[in-house]
Design a protein around this ligand. Structure first.
Ligand code: AMP
Ligand code: ZN
Length: 461
């Protein structure tokens, strides 16, 4: 496989540290509100990564974290804890907020048919590991204490600017006036925050003689170390994580353990909606339920995401989603319509040549996906193979998780025949006949829509 590595700014051949298990870490959601479709797109890309690794014979071990503490409203260790703020707003406890949004997150996650990560790690379950890591950093002289916490001194980690190509001098010059005067460098970050007696922070743990809670970046370093070890194969996240969150994870982990944190770093770009940022003020923070209300299934959205690639900003529109839905239904309908039931391809009669034919078809899909996750190119090939045998579609389903087979409408042989006859009538421009067949189909509970990607059927609701 080839993957674009943000650490080296180039596409590289993927080589796992250990062939028996590929260690992957995905920065997960902060569970104080429902994930919007932009957030969810990132998990769709990383699901494709895991499925592509599997299709190439690897056994991935993936860890996904859930941030339920310490993520402040500003990434620069300022503002309120997002969870505490969310709890106040909804009149609930922080634990209730976290529990309810974790539940919603996984409902969304599984309705997109995403594979379950091998380890799901909730940040507050790793507080002891956090404390150990902070103690190690203190002992090694990487930190200093201020009135509000323990800070990592980024000037002590020589490679700090490297990963994100940061301009540290510029950062210093541009430091805001209200920049915490106790910080030695603008880029220094809290590994542990103290809770002042006047402060109302419900999630608290005693450490260093006072109540406090972990800095946001710390959880990922602790969880990776406890669940996967010192160096992992692939670390994924959103592109916004590059300059602060991942830069800080690297500084903490590599200073503490003297080992490279990750060999490959994959970052997905953002999704805009109608060419605008996703934001509350624009009223475009769509959840999967908002899509459902407009008649789209979560898998239509997954199809739309996989029609593009994880690098480069994407522009979401409902017209685009409609086209993705039609394409997915067109594929699905062709499976149900297919002329064979696991029989050899119509063009070939011997089982051997069927296998060769199938292997060739599969490789036409797997090779673009193995080339930096180019599902868009694989989809174009699938469009040209709509009458492929069922084992082809099984492969497509395993690689993309679109539930094409299980979601296929169960239609009768008579309905199938009517659809085929109608296509023939249309091809002969016999529109009176095709309309008559459509009416007969309607009477059996099915409606036919003609779309740019071909006719699709749906149950009449
Ligand atoms: P949060 O749950 O708030 O920590 O956000 C999770 C992640 O979703 C962010 O860090 C981004 O990487 C990603 N994200 C946020 N907005 C978008 C977007 N519009 N498109 C794609 N990814 C996004
Ligand atoms: Zn992280």
């Amino acid at each position: 496989m080839k993957l674009y590595n943000s650490a080296t700014h180039q596409v590289e051949d993927f080589e796992p540290i250990n062939t028996s298990e590929v260690k992957i870490y995905t920065c997960g959601p902060t569970v104080y509100s429902r994930a919007h479709i932009g957030n969810l797109a990132s998990y769709i890309y990383w699901d494709l990564l895991v499925r592509a690794l599997k299709a190439n014979g690897y056994t991935p071990k993936r860890v996904l974290n859930l941030t339920d503490v310490g993520h402040l409203t500003s990434d620069a260790d300022e503002g309120d804890d997002k969870l505490e703020k969310g709890a106040k707003k909804e009149g609930k406890t922080v634990w209730e907020i976290a529990d309810s949004y974790i539940e919603t997150f996984f409902k969304d996650f599984y309705s997109l048919n995403l594979l379950k990560p091998e380890v799901i790690a909730r940040a507050t379950d790793y507080i002891n590991q956090d404390k150990e890591l902070v103690s190690l950093l203190i002992d090694k002289g990487y930190t200093y204490e201020t009135s509000d916490g323990i800070y990592f001194d980024t000037s002590k980690f020589a490679r700090y600017a490297e990963f994100a190509n940061l301009d540290l001098d510029g950062l210093k010059a541009g430091a805001r006036v209200d920049f915490n005067p106790e910080k030695k460098n603008p880029s220094d970050f809290a590994v542990w925050k103290f809770i002042k007696p006047t402060e109302n922070h419900a999630m608290r743990w005693d450490f260093l003689g006072k109540p406090g809670y972990p800095g946001w970046h710390l959880e990922c370093s602790s969880i990776i170390h406890s669940e996967l070890g010192e160096t992992i194969d692939i670390h994924t996240g959103g592109i916004d994580h590059v300059p602060i969150h991942h830069t800080n994870e690297i500084a903490q982990s590599e200073s503490a353990f003297n080992k490279k944190l990750a060999n490959f770093w994959l970052h997905c770009d953002f999704i805009n909606i109608d060419n605008q940022k996703i934001s509350k003020s624009l009223g475009n923070v769509y959840s999967l339920d908002d899509l459902r209300e407009r008649g789209f299934s979560p898998l239509d959205f997954k199809m739309w995401v996989l029609e593009g690639t994880y690098q480069g900003t994407r522009n979401f529109t409902f017209e685009g989603l409609e086209a993705a839905k039609n394409r997915r239904l067109n594929w699905r309908n062709n499976i149900a319509l297919s002329y064979q039931d696991n029989a050899p391809s119509r063009d070939l009669d011997s089982p051997d040549s069927h296998q060769t034919f199938l292997d060739n078809q599969k490789s036409k899909i797997l090779s673009p996906v193995s080339n930096n996750l180019n599902s868009a190119e694989a989809f174009a090939y699938i469009d040209s193979q709509l009458s492929a045998p069922n084992d082809f579609w099984q492969f497509v389903d395993e690689l993309f998780g679109l539930n094409l087979l299980s979601d296929s409408p169960d239609i009768s042989a008579e309905q199938k025949q009517l659809i085929i006859d109608r296509e023939a009538a249309r091809a002969n421009k016999n529109f009176a006949e095709s309309d008559a067949i459509r009416a007969r189909l309607n009477s059996t509970g099915i409606t036919i829509l003609d779309t740019p990607t071909g006719p699709i059927w749906q149950y009449l609701s």
